[in-house]
Design a protein around this ligand. Structure first.
Ligand code: ARG
Length: 475
């Protein structure tokens, strides 16, 4: 569809000519046409038409010869579209009428019979559902690929300590691997949401015709079977006007981008010289035209920025629908650009993210240094005192005093002498140093979902198994 996708202008359309005494104004034609963007539905439109024609024949509504002519014509059109040889025509308004007109040119009266027992209203609803189902499957694969990139990085850093933050202040030591696994969980929920949404996308509207159903003896279940739909839209008015499934998809897409945006923010912070925790590969950084020292993280910044437009598309679709009476209204044509842009933005972003994550290297010494500068084992000291019998609130107070002393002395807790530490509580002994070390602190977080390196390794293994289950092709 890349080549020749620009519409050409032909002699005036005759689609509604019998009803009107003057031709439609050129400005109106241009304003109302959608072929400039809805041609991306072409493959799905043809799929839907093939199934409809097959059913029309099986229900003895069209002849075998007509079916054959339609099938042949549609497959020629599909080949032309794929080769970029199809001439899209603005006068034919949208993807549906463009294809139908070409079919009629190729197949004569058989082409004119294809539209029996359907309307563009149920046709377009079917096309969007087929389009979205296809892209949901692709996005789920891309989410799996992103998870895999995170898991590979996490595996290399299952033991690498970094500061865990709350309020962007050093809180407790975690491993870099553990931190990355948090995003694996977010993307897992995204996969679950898209998978769930797919069931509601995958219902067939075709057969609702313009709004009220049809008087022809059609077999909707047969069309659903041919097209792989799980069920039928059960009310014809709802079938042609419902866009909930697209809104729902956009909500899930906005959440995917929100997760990407949070990760982007971290990548930007971590790769800044102030943090120096990671390096994003050269191929994914850009320079500055004026400041030679710069390695700008443009990819995560742009992804963070693009989150805004995807969230905007969700708002756009909700607003598009809120005032519409049943059933189809032309407003609905405005569902396409936000939906298409959502799909392409999310899929481009996930694709580049997975690649970029493969280029990330961690500066383990810099991360360790940051852990040591932040009194990250203060909670461990409090827990140590509690295990020796002190109530937690008292322990909290004792440690707060020890931290203040370390701050004044310009060092971290493990650098305080045993005598100094004993001055805060006589419960403190030589064994305190094993909990004050980063490794001791990490190893002690040995609960389900905790950051102990052995838990992190087990979590990576479990996540890999889960990935192999839902995305066997992702390796
Ligand atoms: N291009 C139209 C759309 O996207 C197709 C349906 C047109 N139906 C109609 N009654 N004008 O919504």
């Amino acid at each position: 569809m890349a080549k020749n996708s620009k519409p050409h202008r032909n002699p005036p359309s005759k689609t509604w000519s019998g009803r009107f005494s003057v031709p439609i104004a050129q400005s109106v034609k241009e304003y109302t046409a959608s072929v400039t963007f809805d041609h991306v539905l072409a493959e799905f439109d043809i799929q839907g038409s093939q199934a409809h024609a097959q059913m029309l024949h099986e229900a003895q509504i069209i002849s075998a010869a007509d079916l054959k002519a339609i099938q042949k014509g549609l497959s020629t059109i599909l080949t032309d579209i794929r080769a970029g040889d199809f001439k899209w025509n603005l006068d034919d308004e949208d993807v549906h009428l463009n294809i139908e007109r070409h079919l009629t040119a190729l197949a004569g009266d058989a082409g004119k019979r294809l539209h029996t027992a359907r309307s563009r209203n149920d046709q377009v609803a079917t096309d969007i559902r087929l389009y979205l189902r296809h892209h949901i499957d692709q996005l789920n694969t891309l989410l799996g690929v992103t998870q895999l990139a995170l898991l590979n990085l996490a595996q290399a850093h299952a033991d690498t300590p970094m500061p865990g933050f709350t309020h962007l202040q050093v809180a407790q030591p975690v491993t870099f691997g553990h931190h990355l696994l948090a995003y694996v969980e977010m993307f897992e929920r995204d996969i679950q949401r898209l998978t769930d949404c797919r069931h509601r996308v995958n219902q067939l509207p075709l057969g609702a015709a313009a709004l009220a159903g049809t008087s022809y003896p059609i077999d909707r279940a047969r069309v659903a079977e041919i097209l792989g739909f799980e069920g039928l839209c059960l009310n014809s008015l709802d079938a042609v006007s419902d866009r909930d499934f697209a809104i729902e998809f956009c909500a899930h897409a906005a959440l995917i981008m929100t997760h990407i945006s949070r990760l982007s923010e971290e990548l930007v912070l971590w790769s800044s010289p102030r943090f120096g925790f990671i390096r994003i590969g050269d191929a994914f950084c850009t320079g500055s035209s004026i400041m030679p020292q710069k390695r700008n993280p443009d990819v995560p910044e742009l992804a963070r920025g693009k989150t805004g437009r995807v969230t905007g598309h969700l708002m756009g679709l909700l607003t598009l629908m809120k005032g519409q009476p049943l059933a189809y209204n032309k407003d609905n044509q405005e569902d396409k650009e936000p939906l298409f842009d959502t799909v392409s933005t999310v899929s481009q972003t996930l694709t580049i993210f997975a690649e970029m994550l493969g280029s990330v290297s961690a500066d383990a010494p810099a991360m360790r240094q940051a852990v040591m500068e932040g009194f990250a084992t203060a909670t461990d000291l409090a827990d140590y005192l509690v295990k020796k019998g002190m109530p937690f609130r008292d322990a909290h107070e004792v440690v707060a005093r020890a931290v203040r002393a370390a701050e004044v002395a310009g060092c971290d807790l493990p650098n305080l002498s045993l005598t100094t530490l004993k001055g805060f509580s006589t419960l403190i002994d030589q064994d305190v140093y094993s909990v004050l070390t980063i490794e001791g602190s990490l190893a002690s977080r040995d609960c389900w979902g905790g950051t102990a390196p052995k838990r992190v390794r087990a979590a990576i293994k479990a996540a890999r198994k889960r990935l192999a289950r839902h995305s066997p092709a992702v390796k």
